[in-house]
Design a protein around this ligand. Structure first.
Ligand SMILES: [Cu+2]
Length: 183
């Protein structure tokens, strides 16, 4: 919203190499687990996103954010939360073999030196209750927090996409599948 898509791409291009070198040495407070807005205090994680994008969607709707989260650090990172001013609620979702998506149960981690793939029809970051329309060419920004107290700010391009329509409805799918998922 504040930048053009081209600027976003340029920012990503230069930010990626920088991210690996800017882990702040502040021994600040551990992750609060809360939803305070004091994100500036968090040290940057050594995580970058490759080929990040989100599907265009309407205000009040929901959409998926995709890409490859790469952990350039030397320890595994567990995702503890995802925040964005573009959505009222954000969850990490998976898609089952029968095409139903649901919130991922248990911890989701990015292995040291490894990656977490987010793709249509598979794991994704689900943005629900969009606070504004996401049009192709827009940029959407999210902050992903990790269990070591670090976080990474990601800005990805919005694209028109006709897929990724697996059960993108309200919480009813979750209610139906929660029990099955837990046993
Ligand atoms: Cu989803």
């Amino acid at each position: 919203m504040r930048r053009t898509a081209l600027a976003a791409l340029a920012a990503l291009a230069v930010a990626a190499p920088l991210l690996t070198g800017c882990t702040a040495a502040e021994g600040g407070s551990p992750a609060t687990g809360g939803s305070s807005g004091e994100s500036q205090e968090h040290a940057h994680s050594q995580v970058t996103i490759a080929d990040g994008w989100a599907k265009a969607a309407e205000t009040g709707g929901m959409t998926g954010l995709f890409g490859t989260l790469e952990n350039h650090g030397d320890h595994d990172l567990v995702i503890t939360g995802v925040e964005s001013d573009a959505a009222e609620m954000i969850e990490l979702h998976e898609v089952t073999a029968d095409g139903v998506m649901r919130e991922i149960e248990g911890p989701t981690s990015i292995p040291a030196g490894g990656a977490l793939e987010l793709a249509p029809g598979a794991n994704h970051i689900m943005l629900m209750g969009l606070t504004r329309e996401l049009l192709a060419g827009d940029e959407v920004e999210v902050t992903v927090r990790f269990d070591d107290g670090t976080s990474v700010h990601l800005a990805v391009l919005v694209k028109d996409y006709s897929g990724a329509n697996e059960e993108y409805d309200d919480g009813s799918a979750h209610a139906d599948h929660d029990e099955r998922a837990e046993h």
